[in-house]
Design a protein around this ligand. Structure first.
Ligand code: COA
Ligand code: AMP
Length: 624
């Protein structure tokens, strides 16, 4: 079938379309109802189906004869370890850890927070939760204790699974003190904390609460997957919104399995036995979907890489992994290849390795800038495929549907809407924008399977943020346009979310941290363009009358505060003291104009501005 027919069918006959896709995964009870509308275009997929996500990922592969095939390869240049697990081996580990959790009272529907580095035990813990119907919430290891505390408070987990440390380039980060601090800060206290001890650091265990991973595994018995409803939550993944409180995106079991299985065929054209490598982190949505779940749903071998694109040890790291493990499909963020290109502009490292197994390279997480696209295309000679998605959707909203029909690529475009996603671009009054004209990118409801079902504990926030902005549509928060051939170009966020090295962060959250400094009267954080990381946050700060702190001392303190409260990954390194902030007459800070000034772009002075002279003052600060 060609792309256009496939897309049309997914929109015009969604129930038949998704019923067919649902038949490709293992159910305990096949769904009789495919779509159950609830309200205003929203609803539930496969409401009466029963399955187990871990069964689809592991046991079903064993039943299909893939027990001795590699399921997971762990490649860790920061420790020098490479280890692999067959489907049989991974299933045994997972079933055993599931038993260990169950023995500690963790049951269907209970939450488990996983705060771990990129080690196989993180994957085992996620799949073990799925096996017993517990809801995991993985927190990225780069987040500081306070961020972890906010998530503990919101998800109220029965258990936390962690490791003694993570390993960054030339630096060991002890996790346990962060976990202890987070539990202390949170009013909710988990009953148990299971700690995987790594040789690089030994965590102190608190009697009565903390247990050693190896001890619980030694006494655990393997358990079978428990049936859950398709609509039961599989996981909560917190993502940055426009306020300081992160949103807990809730993903269900059934829609997720069906959508990701379909995506492996359509978006990646992956076959059972293919080696699939998503060079991301299990703490992000890319890691959830394409390190852990989807490659296993499709019977592939997945790679868990504990390293960086550069400096572990050099810019040849990605090519080395591709060669060593015969990677067929590679997926990462453009920033990773910008880092490689910066250190190895002529791609000399690429020529040192045999990467002939590689068929396609996929990029997402931020806009794929045309120079990075061209560089990759020229040096690898492979199809370089941009695709657009979000934590909320869990899989690509726009892609090059290579499994159905490979479309010509256009630099800067994520290609075309993925079947299931009725993507449209609307102007400020909610009318469809003409081809080539920028507007807000939305998806006409219903969303296909696999997308968020609600925000954990706050259905009202879910509706207000995503469904009520333009009734009948999902608001993506991204701006962009569709050209006259139907290609979608995503140009960036229209809200206060920024993208730093493929990591999604909230400027509002940074503002809350900065505003808590005793010398700060008012502040604003914008994402300024950065050659390597795409964007970096820059703070503009107004000092309180009478405060005598030196400007560079204040900057240093603010940088440290953001690092301490949010984490080093925020990359907040610059805070400028200004006399005034540009505002509208109604008092709204003109963030977009500040961003344009920071990027050296032309800007139009809005008629609503309180005092246009402030813009020159701000510009002079950026020129200094
Ligand atoms: N745990 C603890 N700290 C972490 C961390 C983790 N898991 N990940 C990053 N950090 C820290 C880093 O050590 C660094 O700290 P520093 O300021 O003390 O040096 C800081 O956070 C910033 O890290 P990072 O953004 O990784 O910057 P970098 O300069 O070390 O590396 C890149 C730049 C481009 C190589 C790196 O950002 C990268 O690999 N990006 C790809 C991101 C990605 O895969 N995103 C997933 C979306 S698909
Ligand atoms: P996250 O939820 O962390 O995956 O971040 C989602 C955001 O990243 C989107 O809303 C976009 O702003 C941006 N993004 C992801 N993929 C792309 C892409 N291919 N092109 C442009 N922006 C992207």
């Amino acid at each position: 079938m060609d792309y256009h027919s496939e897309f049309r069918r997914s929109i015009e006959q969604p129930e038949e379309f998704w019923q067919e896709q649902a038949a490709k995964i293992a159910w305990f009870r096949s769904p009789q109802t495919i779509w159950q509308p609830t309200d205003n275009g929203h609803g539930k997929w496969f409401p009466d189906g029963e399955l187990n996500t871990c069964d689809v990922a592991l046991d079903a592969n064993i039943r299909a004869g893939r027990g001795d095939q590699k399921a997971l390869i762990y490649d860790s240049p920061v420790t020098g370890i490479t280890r692999s697990y067959t489907y049989n081996e991974l299933t045994r580990e997972v079933a055993r850890f599931a038993g260990a959790l169950q023995a500690r009272g963790v049951d269907k529907g209970d939450r488990v927070i996983i705060y771990m580095p990129m080690i196989p035990e993180a994957v085992v813990a996620m799949l073990a939760c799925a096996r017993i119907g517990a809801i995991h919430s993985v927190v990225f290891g780069g987040f500081a204790a306070h961020e972890l505390a906010v998530r503990i408070e919101d998800a109220t987990p029965k258990a936390i699974v962690t490791a003694s440390c993570g390993i960054e380039i030339n630096r060991v980060i002890e996790y346990k003190p962060l976990v202890d601090k987070a539990i202390e800060e949170s009013s909710h206290k988990p009953e148990v904390c299971i700690v995987y001890q790594r040789p690089q650091a030994t965590a102190e265990l608190k009697a009565g609460r903390d247990l050693d991973w190896s001890d619980v595994m030694a006494t655990a018995t393997e358990v079978a997957p428990v049936p859950v409803l398709a609509t039961d939550p599989l996981y909560i993944l917190y993502t940055s919104g426009t306020t300081g409180k992160p949103k807990g995106v809730v993903r269900d079991n059934g829609g997720h399995a069906v959508a990701l299985r379909y995506s492996m065929s359509l978006v990646y054209d992956a076959k059972p036995g293919d080696v699939y490598w998503a060079a991301s982190d299990v703490g992000w949505v890319v890691g959830h979907s394409y390190i852990v779940y989807a490659p296993l749903f499709a019977g592939c071998t997945t790679i868990l890489y504990e390293g960086k694109p550069v400096r572990t040890p050099d810019a040849g790291a990605f090519w080395r992994v591709c060669q060593d493990h015969n990677v067929n499909l590679l997926f990462t963020a453009p920033t990773a290849f910008r880092a490689v290109r910066k250190e190895d502009p002529e791609a000399d490292q690429l020529r040192k390795y045999n990467v002939s197994s590689l068929k396609r390279i996929f990029l997402a997480g931020e806009r794929l800038d045309p120079p990075t696209y061209e560089w990759l295309k020229e040096h690898t000679g492979l199809p370089i495929l941009d695709h657009w998605w979000q934590t909320e959707t869990g899989w690509a909203i726009c892609c090059n549907p290579v499994g159905t029909e490979m479309m010509a690529t256009k630099p800067g475009s994520a290609t075309v809407p993925t079947p299931g996603f009725n993507v449209q671009v609307l102007d400020p009054s909610g009318n469809q924008s003409p081809a080539g004209e920028q507007g807000q990118v939305v998806v006409k409801l219903p969303l296909p399977p696999g997308c968020l079902t609600t925000v954990w504990g706050d259905d009202e926030r879910f509706r207000k943020t995503y469904l009520d902005v333009i009734p009948g549509y999902y608001s993506s928060g991204d701006g962009g346009y569709v050209d006259d051939e139907g290609y979608v170009f995503i140009m960036g966020r229209t809200d206060d979310v920024i993208n730093v090295a493929g990591h999604r962060l909230s400027t509002g959250e940074m503002e809350e941290v900065i505003a808590s400094h005793p010398a700060v009267a008012e502040c604003c954080v914008v994402g300024a363009h950065d050659e390597l990381k795409g964007q970096v946050p820059i703070g503009l700060v107004l000092i309180k009358d009478g405060a005598t702190i030196a400007h560079d001392e204040l900057e240093e303190e603010l940088v440290e505060m953001v690092r301490d409260k949010i984490g080093a990954i925020a990359c907040f390194r610059q805070a400028m003291v200004v006399e005034r902030l540009p505002k509208t007459r109604s008092g709204k800070i003109l963030r977009r104009i500040i961003r344009q000034i920071a990027d050296g772009e032309d800007y139009a002075v809005p008629s609503t501005i309180d005092d246009p002279a402030i813009l020159d003052e701000i510009s002079s600060h950026f020129r200094r």
